[in-house]
Design a protein around this ligand. Structure first.
Ligand code: BG6
Length: 506
């Protein structure tokens, strides 16, 4: 992806942003500690940050001042860094980290933020270039946007340079709230300065879907309903909800990841070839797929929601969802969701896209499996092809990043016995370059101003149009139980069995 006008040689040169400031709202939160601070360190370590670069963290002051922030940032960077730890890099970066304690409803705190930024800009030769990262609950967005407006911090004309805003998912809670949120953000920032994060798009393996499909001639001829039986998209996590009880219980699996990560994967698998990798062209093709998605005629039969019970994951006892801290004992929030989607166009008519997502599953795996139809005729003794399944192309998003092609092959010996074998491409073996972490790539793209890997407002709104009817049909229903460490509720296996299929054991 990226600007097609840049030459291949240009593209390999490191892209370094102009001097700028990155303001992180919610800098002491989970996402910032686990992903953003380590991403900034990794960028510094790779030499990809400009000399005049500063980070200003803004969060409640509960835990103290600059000193405490310094140790928090140090611990976060050291724990999450993907590149080797270098104390000298951290020391230099540390002097560029600043903390402004405050709350979102306090004008004085935002005035202090504005003063701090003014001062840092002057000292570091930064014009107005500032990216504001909203690593905060969606309910706080309006407050912060109003503050940025009031203080003039978002005002391009006033300061010169650029102003960008980065908004974490979930973007809204449903279609209507996403539309209002888009309006609200667009009131304060130019639409082309809004970066909606879906970190799945920052993953190498996800970007590789486009390379696999459109750089090769091998797959495209069979990439349609004539040859494809069905598609399975799985996002399984072995972890539970961690410390995000309040957010998770109000969202559930469908809003948390189905609406964004999984529909984006589906769009990349289902889309037509874009005329170029210009961001608008790619988005236009994805949007067409999102618009063509259909839900099952009977949602109660074509979808399953589940909730984990206590159990065992990787040899350790895991509590049930209702035993997790701060979860109401009668919560009906789903931690597992599976749905049979369709894409109503000529390429995909009749091909089911089974999509599932779950927490506390046996292991962490995200993959897309394209299951091909069986050969129309098998000139073999039926006993010789008993072990022959569907040909499959499996895109392993994570872990063990790569692509596997499964097909039948003759078992050595005198009989014509055929059995499934796998041809395996693994990133780790095929390339010496290591992939940057998704957030590292995306933070750099924001600072450079490359919007290719960020979904636009229309995609986000359209994805809610898929999820809203599902949520409406599920309202008031009780999720199906599954034990922690199982592959979801039995009803989910039954859903596929009714159609003569089974989930791939990922
Ligand atoms: C986030 C979800 O977007 O993605 C989390 O909110 C989930 O619930 C996480 O755990 C998974 O990300 P990854 O990159 O580990 O697959």
């Amino acid at each position: 992806m990226g600007n097609p006008l840049r030459t291949a040689q240009d593209r390999r040169l490191p892209r370094i942003p102009e001097p700028c400031a990155l303001v992180i709202f919610g800098v002491t939160g989970d996402l910032s500690r686990k992903k953003l601070i380590p991403a900034v360190y990794d960028l510094a370590n790779r030499g990809l940050l400009p000399p005049g670069f500063v980070v200003v963290g803004f969060a409640r002051a509960d835990w103290g001042g600059e000193g405490d922030f310094e140790s928090l940032a140090y611990a976060a960077a050291k724990k999450g860094a993907r590149t080797p730890w270098r104390e000298d890099v951290w020391q230099r970066l540390n002097s560029q980290f600043h903390f402004v304690p405050g709350s979102f409803d306090d004008d004085g705190d935002f005035d202090k933020l504005a003063e701090t930024l003014d001062d840092l800009r002057e000292r570091n030769g930064i014009t107005g270039n500032t990216a504001f990262y909203f690593s905060i609950p969606p309910a706080a967005f309006p407050l912060v946007l109003n503050q940025l407006n009031r203080t003039g911090l978002a005002d391009n004309a006033k300061l010169g340079g650029w102003r960008r805003v980065v908004v974490e998912k979930p973007f809204g809670h449903d279609y209507a709230s996403a539309v209002s949120l888009n309006e609200l953000v667009d009131d304060v920032f130019n639409p082309q300065d809004v970066y909606r994060i879906d970190h799945y798009l920052g993953k190498e393996t996800v970007q590789n879907i486009l390379a696999l499909r459109f750089a090769n001639s091998l797959f495209e001829p069979v990439w349609n309903s004539k040859y494809v039986d069905s598609v399975q998209i799985t996002m399984a996590e072995d972890v539970g909800i961690g410390t995000r009880a309040a957010f998770y219980d109000a969202s559930g699996a469908a809003r948390d990841v189905l609406q964004n990560h999984l529909l984006q994967l589906l769009a990349l698998v289902g889309m037509e070839e874009p005329t170029s990798f210009d961001p608008q062209e790619v988005r236009a093709e994805k949007l067409k797929v999102l618009k063509a998605i259909s839900l099952p005629a009977d949602i109660s039969k074509g979808s399953v929601r589940g909730q984990y019970l206590p159990g065992w994951v990787a040899g350790e006892r895991a509590p049930g969802y209702l035993e997790e801290a701060n979860i109401p004992p009668d919560s009906k929030t789903e931690t597992y969701a599976a749905v049979r989607l369709g894409i109503q166009n000529r390429r995909w008519a009749g091909v089911p896209f089974y999509v599932r997502v779950g927490k506390r599953m046996p292991r962490r795996v995200t993959e897309i499996a394209i299951l091909f139809k069986q050969a129309p005729h098998l000139p073999f003794d039926p006993a010789d092809v008993e072990m022959l399944g569907h040909n499959q192309l499996v895109i392993r998003v994570q872990p063990d990043e790569g692509v596997v092609l499964k097909f039948g092959s003759k078992v050595p010996g005198t009989a014509m016995e055929v059995r499934d074998i796998a041809m395996d491409f693994q990133y780790g073996e095929a390339f010496t370059e290591s992939s940057p972490e998704a957030y590292e790539r995306l933070v750099l793209d924001v600072l450079i101003g490359d919007r290719t890997l960020f979904p636009d407002a229309a995609e986000v709104e359209q994805s809610w149009r898929v999820i809203d009817p599902l949520e409406a049909a599920w309202a008031g229903t009780t999720p199906e139980p599954y034990r922690s460490g199982e592959w979801g509720p039995r009803a989910s296996d039954e859903m596929l069995a009714r159609e003569g299929r089974a989930w791939r054991r990922a």
